[in-house]
Design a protein around this ligand. Structure first.
Ligand code: NAP
Length: 320
């Protein structure tokens, strides 16, 4: 089968397409014929070799995909050959024509959801769900700021929060990103490159601020976030690409909760609960993943450049 292989850590160009042996499903495993694979920022951090979780070389990148079940190992009961599925996590990597998974890493994909959309579910939707409901304990009628709403996690967070009855304010850094954020159900879309956009947020919340913040770039925004959080608010650090300085008094005065999260800390039971909710949301169409760019698997390097650029518009997916 064709697969992207990384033989040394480094820039996107270390990813090369090669012929590799097709894996076989052993007991408890599922082999998925990949129709589309999701590209996440973490895939590019891992590829550089500087991330905490470092795979042994050579490896095939990717944790997200959607496709058809090709074969199942002994004892697998949840899926059968031919089923449409999405994948969150894999034993062999998803940037390939086939991905070998453990049975709990494979979930049914509703007929109305395309394979490209299915490839956009795994990490982004699981992260947004975990941040909102396991970490922030978000409630209907609360107000949420999705600080970075135009990308994979932000769109997922916006859709999940709207389905749960929250009011969403989302930010983006381009006109088409702002339009996309509005289309996902955000009541207000603000440009995070405009000076004064958080003054606008305070205005539209009547000076109260927001109950919950999903923060995609904490090194830039953490201190500012604390000033737009309502009393007893919860700020979830989802993404950060550096250090931040804050004024602790801003946290004291509002009994603020600053919470970190990484999806790697979610247990198998947590993931079961998360994906059960996501499968239902995909089935009832409250969750509609947005794919902005579809790129050929052989061009994976281009996808890794694109995922680190500004002007996000939903997900980037690879097709074999
Ligand atoms: P993505 O699709 O590349 O989206 C990045 C988002 O950040 C876009 O909405 C982008 O907006 C926005 N952004 C850029 N500059 C910003 C600023 N100054 N203030 C606020 N937002 C800004 O990435 P993603 O998949 O959504 O992931 C978002 C972040 O979360 C990444 O850093 C990723 O590594 C991290 N993450 C963490 C976990 C975890 O377990 N903690 C899991 C998944 C992802 P524009 O491009 O429109 O400016």
């Amino acid at each position: 089968m064709k697969a992207i292989r990384v033989h040394e850590f480094g820039p996107p160009e270390v990813m090369r397409i090669e012929d590799t042996p097709q894996p076989e499903a052993a007991a408890g495993e599922v082999l998925v014929r990949v129709k589309a694979a999701g590209v996440n920022p973490v895939d590019s951090y891992i590829r550089t070799g500087t991330y905490a979780n470092k795979p042994s070389l050579p490896y095939t990148p990717g944790s997200d995909a959607a496709g058809l079940v090709e074969s199942v190992g002994e004892g697998v009961t949840r899926v059968a050959r031919g089923d449409r599925v999405y994948v969150h996590g894999s034993l062999s990597g998803t940037y390939a024509e086939f991905a070998l998974c453990k049975e709990p890493q494979v979930w049914p994909l509703a007929d109305a959801v395309s394979f490209e959309q299915g490839a956009a579910v795994g990490v982004p939707y699981a992260t947004a769900y975990r941040a909102l409901f396991h970490r922030a304990h978000a409630q209907p009628a609360e107000t949420l700021l999705v600080h970075g709403a135009s990308g994979g996690v932000g769109i997922a967070g916006t859709q999940l929060a709207r389905a749960a009855g929250m009011t969403v304010i989302g930010t983006a850094g381009s006109d088409r990103g702002l339009q996309l954020v509005r289309e996902q159900g955000a009541r207000y879309a603000l440009d995070h490159h405009n000076s004064g956009y958080l003054d606008e947020l305070m205005k539209v919340t009547g000076g109260r601020g927001v109950d919950v913040i999903l923060e995609m770039l904490a090194n830039v925004n953490l201190d500012k976030d604390l000033n737009v959080l309502a009393k007893h608010g919860r700020l979830i650090v989802v993404g950060s690409r550096g250090t931040a300085e804050i004024n602790p008094r801003s946290a004291m005065s509002r009994d603020a909760n600053i919470l970190g999260m990484t999806l790697f800390n979610a247990s198998e039971q947590d993931l079961k609960s998360i994906h059960s909710a996501l499968v239902a949301g995909l089935e009832n169409a409250s969750l509609k993943p947005v794919v902005g760019q579809t790129i050929s698997l052989a061009d994976a390097a281009r996808a890794h450049h694109a995922v680190m650029e500004s002007g996000a518009y939903g997900k980037i997916v690879l097709v074999p």
